[in-house]
Design a protein. Structure first.
Length: 295
């Protein structure tokens, strides 16, 4: 059985990269004899010569050339392993998770997550998108560490910080049957047409809805991407987060409605965490950093 060591691989790679045993010894702060012994022991373990030593400088054999890249890859993996272990030993979590409301602006949240991830590479970041009450349910069920969501009612045992607000705007496509009458479109007119609604992902509480016309026929979908596609196709109308349809409104593909029960809804978005549980180092940094990007 081959029992090579990381020390032997480091010596091997150092000789290749510095061009000789003496230079390798200096780069690793070892004696030249220690480097020579490590490489010789590695060759004995492998049963082949890694270097041709007949010239002034050691030259890789064909086998040595083929194995050098593998050795460098193994050393890189070992360094990654050691770094991750060090992060864990310093108290960083293996994973930090966030439930994000589907109507929340996401760009700045993703930028913060990226910054935290780069500073804590050992910690996996998990982001899941939920609708309506499902976002806070994931936090209350301890499936995530944070939630960025609308608040439907006061919540016990949660810390909360107001982050931003989202505007939900009623829209139709320029191809919608009533578009020729725009902007003189009323609720009574729309009740004859399908309203597409994103399904609440709550599992324990009664499912909620907002801005839904009870007398209008409804189609339920799982996400806002499908909802937007249906609206753009002229198949239905509905409310969309303004930031998701800003370009479509600007170029005229979508038309914003106004009037009784159709005016934009302003919805506050909060950052939540459980107040009765201590956070790890990465989670605490993320909590603080998210608050700094209130937008």
């Amino acid at each position: 059985m081959i029992c090579m060591t990381l020390d032997q691989l480091r010596a091997f790679c150092a000789v290749v990269e510095t061009g000789g045993f003496h230079a390798a010894a200096e780069s690793l702060f070892r004696s030249q004899s220690a480097i020579s012994i490590a490489v010789r022991n590695l060759e004995q373990e492998l049963g082949l010569s890694l270097f041709d030593r007949s010239g002034y400088r050691p030259a890789l054999t064909a086998q040595g050339q083929a194995l050098y890249g593998k050795a460098r890859s193994l050393l890189s993996r070992s360094e990654e392993f050691i770094n991750i272990a060090r992060h864990f030993a310093e108290g960083e979590e293996s994973e930090v998770s966030i439930a994000l409301s589907a109507i929340a602006p996401v760009e700045q949240v993703l930028e913060v997550i990226k910054q935290i991830s780069e500073s804590a590479p050992a910690t996996r970041m998990s982001l899941q998108v939920e609708n309506m009450g499902g976002t806070l349910e994931r936090l209350q069920d301890r499936e995530v560490d944070f939630a960025i969501a609308e608040r439907f009612m006061p919540m016990d045992h949660l810390d909360e910080v107001l982050l931003t607000s989202t505007e939900m705007v009623s829209v139709i496509s320029a191809d919608f049957p009533l578009a020729m009458r725009y902007p003189a479109i009323s609720v009574a007119d729309l009740e004859q047409y399908v309203q597409v609604v994103v399904r609440d992902t709550s599992r324990h509480q009664p499912r909620r809805s907002a801005g839904v016309l009870e007398r209008a026929p409804q189609w339920l979908v799982n996400d806002f991407d499908m909802k937007k596609r249906m609206i753009l196709a002229g198949s239905a109308w509905g409310r969309m987060p303004r930031h998701r349809v800003a370009e479509d409104l600007a170029d005229g593909r979508l038309l914003a409605l106004s009037g009784e029960q159709l005016d934009p809804l302003q919805i506050d978005m909060y950052l939540f965490r459980r107040a009765d549980e201590a956070m790890g180092k990465v989670g605490e940094r993320l909590w603080q950093k998210l608050q700094q990007c209130q937008y």
